[in-house]
Every structure is written in structure tokens, then in C-alpha cells.
Ligand binder design. Structure first.
Ligand SMILES: Cc1cc2nc3c(=O)[nH]c(=O)nc-3n(C[C@H](O)[C@H](O)[C@H](O)COP(=O)(O)OP(=O)(O)OC[C@H]3O[C@@H](n4cnc5c(N)ncnc54)[C@H](O)[C@@H]3O)c2cc1C
Length: 467
């Protein structure tokens, strides 16, 4: 069904709802909201709206639904699959005014927040009360909780503590047709009908606009220890990952960085200095946390002894808070470093963790076949490998056409190893053409029918997840 353009009359209706001060139509504003962090893609909306209440969003959606105007919800725009790109024009609905932490319920270890709260701001607010909200994407200093929910974001701590969905108890959602619903309750268990809360998580803004979130929290661990382990062989580093868990440890982070990833991060983050020997091919960043420091030292020692079986070099133990911060800064900024270095495409492959060595080797083989270099890093403890394909010397022709076959091959390999297309970045715009590799046609049909049920006119975030 074709969409309609936004007329002056419709703009006046928007103005009556959100006020003229919250409507943006200048070229500069449209450009600012026309991209996220996905490659260099830009799609301009016709208008940017910044509502502040669920009731306002409900009124906006009722108009857009009856007038057939596309609406794209946007958090902080740090997404890596193009979820917040307004590909069909229309309304860009910025959630930045929903920026309040409404309640931190210390008695029940829960919090109620609006979706425009920055993830790190929330983490720090609950930490000040001795509580812990673990999902921590590397973009946590700028991304929003609502965007995390849209993508079911993970991050380094997911390996021990789980991803965003594991902390969501209930949501307030404005449906594309304008009704406002609550999906769950302020409870830790809930067997009351279908689980719409979890259906919303990871739905990439295609089923409804989240306007309030109730999160579960856990007690904040008192201590952590961090070590950087260099390896002479990248596949051996990957082999060490599953060995750690088989030996009975559950680190609070287990991150992998290929040689280029750490080199580029070291160039990019000038204030951090780590010596890397020329023969080193990869690193694992390993963190353990808990309340008993003695036990943690013992664990760290046992893990480091185990690492020796995988041809590692001398391990660097972070011996101060500053050194821990520095090492984390390096790891968290790899993505930006890669982006600053070259045109690239990022794939968010995930496999059972013991298959990581095969995935890494396979990606390199496929790269040789198609003539691309890749820089790999990621949340190895979860089997989640970010494959950054670097344009480098590749011709525009090969980059735009031939590369797709290479990516398809990477995804076929991922699925053959028992994995899937995305661990935490979502399908959005850029991965939807590969969805058939991972999902049965009937599964895709069921999902499309769910979308139709929520959004009969297809106005909410069109062009995402499915062709
Ligand atoms: C440097 C860098 C590092 C990153 N590291 C990680 C990482 O470690 N782990 C990880 O998981 N991701 C990571 N990401 C990806 C990205 O930050 C996450 O996907 C994040 O969750 C997106 O949040 P956002 O607020 O920017 O959302 P946006 O990009 O604005 O939106 C994401 C999706 O959510 C939808 N959406 C936003 N708000 C709402 C709402 N209120 N209701 C309904 N739908 C909504 C949008 O329509 C879109 O589909 C990284 C990105 C960058 C640039």
C-alpha cells in the first residue's frame, strides 16, 4: 500500500499535539536524523517530531495510521543495522524527551524508566544504590534504553548476566493504531497469556512505540579483575574461549580482538598505551567479578594457567582502576576505530561458542575467495563475532555487487555451524535480504502476519526486518 506525503494540514495537526517547538523540518534537522551508525546510509524523513508523552504519541499514530504516513521511531541513532533510518520518509519520531528514570524500587530490585534514558546514566543511577543493570553495549555512553530494547542489545557482560530481554518485566506500548497497552506486570514471574513483553523486545520498532519500561535489577558485584591475554594464533585464542567454560568458570566478560582490531584501537585511542609484540595475532580480554576478592584472584590465576595451553604470551593483569578503564576503553572503541579507518560493512554473526575457531577460519577463507580483508572482534564468550569487512583496495564494482555473495557465504557458514545472522545488532534494513538463510519460510510468514496484526496499514518502521 503506497504511503502519502505529509501535508501542511497534517503538520498543523502535529503542531496542535506536540507544539511547534517540537516539530523540525529544516534541512539540517532532517539530515541529523536521516542517519544512524550503519555504514554511510542516509534517508531523509519529511519531519522530525519530539513528543514527550505516550498520549501525544497515540494521537500522532492515529493520524499517521488513518492518513497512511510512515513513522520511524528513533532512540539515540547508534544502531548498526539501520533500524532507525526513515527509509520511506514520513515522520521521524525521536524519543529523546522520554529521558526520566521514574523510579528505582530498592525494595523489589526493580526500576521504571522512560525509553530515552541513556544506558550508562541508568547504570550509574542504580549503581549508586548498590544495584546492577548489566546490559552494557559498547555504545552505552550514548545509546538509549529504548533502542537497546528495540535491538535486544547485549554487550560484554551478557556472557554472565544475559541480554536486555532478560531484564525486561513489563512495557507500556503505543500501538500503530493508537491504543496504549501495558504488556506485563511488576513481577518476576508471569504466566498470564502470551508474552507480548518479550515479543516487543527485539522487534526493532516495527510493532509499537515503547514509552515506559520496568526492568529487573540485581545486586552490584563488589569486585572485578581484568586481564588481557595475547595469543600467537587467533584460532587458538578462539579455542581457549570454550575451554574456559568447560573448566567451570563463568567470566563476567570474555572479549576477542584480532590483531588489527587492537592495533587500530591503539591508534584511535591515543591516550592508552599497551605494548603488543609483532608476533601476537589476537587478544582475549577476560573479566571475573564477584563479592569475594580471594576467590576472584584464585579464579583469575586458574584461568590464566589454562590459557597457557593455547599458546598465549605473558598475560597483562590490570592492577589499577585506571588500567582497567584503559583496557575497556580500547575494547569499547574498536568499532569507532574501524569506522575511522576504512569504508566497511559489519556483520554480527553468532555461533555456539565452541564453533568460533571454525567461524573465524571460514571468514578468512571466504575473504580470500572474494578479495576482501576482515577485522574480527566481539563477545567471544557468547560466540558473537563482529566481522568487519574492509573495503580497502576492493573496486566499487566488487564492493557493491560481488561482496553480497561473500556475505551470503559467511551467513551460510554461520548457520551451518548452528548459529544465526545477528547476536545483538538486529536485522533492520541491511540484513533483511539474508533473512531466508536463517529462517524457514513459514517462520518468516508467521512473523509477517504478526506484524500485520499489530500494524494493519504497515505504517510503523516500514522496510525493516522483512523485504
Ligand atoms: C561504537 C558502537 C558500539 C556498539 N556496541 C554495541 C554492543 O556492544 N552491543 C550491542 O548490542 N550493540 C552495540 N552497538 C549497536 C547500538 O548501539 C545498539 O543497537 C543500541 O541498542 C541502539 O540504541 P539506540 O538508542 O541508538 O537506538 P536506535 O539506533 O535509535 O534504534 C534502534 C532500533 O530501536 C527502535 N527504537 C528506538 N527507540 C524505540 C522505542 N522507544 N520504541 C520502539 N522502538 C524503538 C528503532 O526504530 C530502531 O529499530 C554499538 C554501536 C556503536 C556505534
Amino acid at each position: 500500500m503506497p504511503f502519502n506525503k505529509i501535508t501542511q494540514d497534517i503538520l498543523s495537526k502535529f503542531s496542535a499535539i506536540v507544539g511547534q517547538a517540537n516539530i523540525f523540518v529544516s534541512n539540517e534537522d532532517l539530515e541529523n536524523y536521516g542517519h544512524d551508525e550503519t555504514e554511510d546510509l542516509v534517508f531523509l524523513p519529511e519531519v522530525v517530531l519530539k513528543p514527550a508523552t505516550a498520549a501525544d504519541i497515540s494521537e500522532i499514530l492515529k493520524i499517521c495510521n488513518s492518513e497512511r504516513i510512515p513513522v520511524t521511531p528513533r532512540g539515540a541513532g547508534t544502531g548498526l543495522s539501520g533500524g532507525a533510518l526513515p527509509v520511506a520518509g514520513g515522520v521521524l519520531l525521536s524519543m529523546e524527551k522520554f529521558n526520566r528514570i521514574l523510579e528505582i524500587d530498592e525494595r523489589n530490585l526493580q526500576a521504571t524508566v522512560e525509553p530515552g534514558v541513556i544506558t550508562q546514566v541508568f547504570q550509574e543511577a542504580v549503581a549508586a544504590k548498590g544495584l546492577f543493570y548489566p546490559p552494557d553495549p559498547s555504545s552505552r555512553g550514548s545509546c538509549f534504553l529504548g533502542g537497546n530494547l528495540g535491538e535486544n542489545a547485549g554487550g560484554p557482560k551478557a556472557v554472565k548476566y544475559g541480554v536486555t530481554r532478560d531484564y525486561v518485566l513489563s512495557l507500556e506500548v503505543v500501538l500503530p493504531t493508537g491504543e496504549i497497552i501495558t504488556t506485563g506486570a511488576k513481577v518476576l514471574k508471569n504466566s498470564t497469556g502470551y508474552n507480548l513483553t518479550q515479543l516487543m523486545v527485539g522487534s526493532e520498532g516495527t510493532l509499537g512505540i515503547v514509552t515506559k519500561i520496568i526492568f529487573k535489577l540485581i545486586p552490584l558485584p563488589k569486585h572485578n579483575l581484568l586481564m588481557l591475554v595475547p595469543f600467537f594464533n587467533a584460532e587458538k585464542a578462539c579455542e581457549a574461549v570454550s575451554a574456559v567454560f568447560r573448566a567451570g568458570f563463568t567470566p563476567s566478560a570474555l572479549e576477542f580482538m584480532e590483531r588489527d582490531a587492537i592495533d587500530w584501537a591503539l591508534q584511535y585511542v591515543e591516550e592508552v598505551n599497551v605494548q603488543v609484540k609483532p608476533e601476537v595475532q589476537a587478544h582475549l580480554l577476560v573479566e571475573v567479578d564477584g563479592n569475594d576478592l580471594e576467590i576472584l584472584y584464585k579464579q583469575a590465576e586458574e584461568i590464566s594457567e589454562m590459557m597457557m595451553n593455547f599458546d598465549c604470551d605473558e598475560i597483562l593483569f590490570a592492577d589499577s582502576a585506571q588500567q582497567k578503564d584503559d583496557l575497556w576503553k580500547l575494547r569499547r572503541r574498536v568499532a569507532e576505530a574501524v569506522k575511522s579507518n576504512s569504508v566497511y560493512k559489519e556483520e554480527d554473526t553468532v555461533v555456539p561458542r565452541a564453533e568460533l575457531p571454525k567461524l573465524l577460519a571460514g571468514v578468512k577463507e571466504i575473504g580470500k575467495k572474494y578479495g576482501f580483508k576482515s577485522v574480527c572482534y566481539g563477545h567471544a564468550g557468547d560466540g558473537n563475532l563482529h566481522v568487519n569487512i574492509i573495503k580497502g583496495e576492493m573496486s566499487d564494482e566488487d564492493w557493491n555487487n560481488k561482496l553480497k555473495d561473500g556475505i551470503r557465504e559467511i551467513f551460510h557458514l554461520t548457520v551451518a555451524l548452528g548459529g544465526t545472522l545477528s547476536g545483538e545488532h538486529g536485522i533492520g534494513l541491511v540484513q533483511k535480504e539474508f533473512l531466508d538463510i536463517a529462517l524457514h519460510p513459514k517462520s518468516i510468514e508467521l512473523q509477517k502476519n504478526i506484524k500485520k496484526l499489530f500494524d494493519p496499514n504497515g505504517i510503523l518502521n516500514p522496510g525493516k526486518i522483512f523485504e
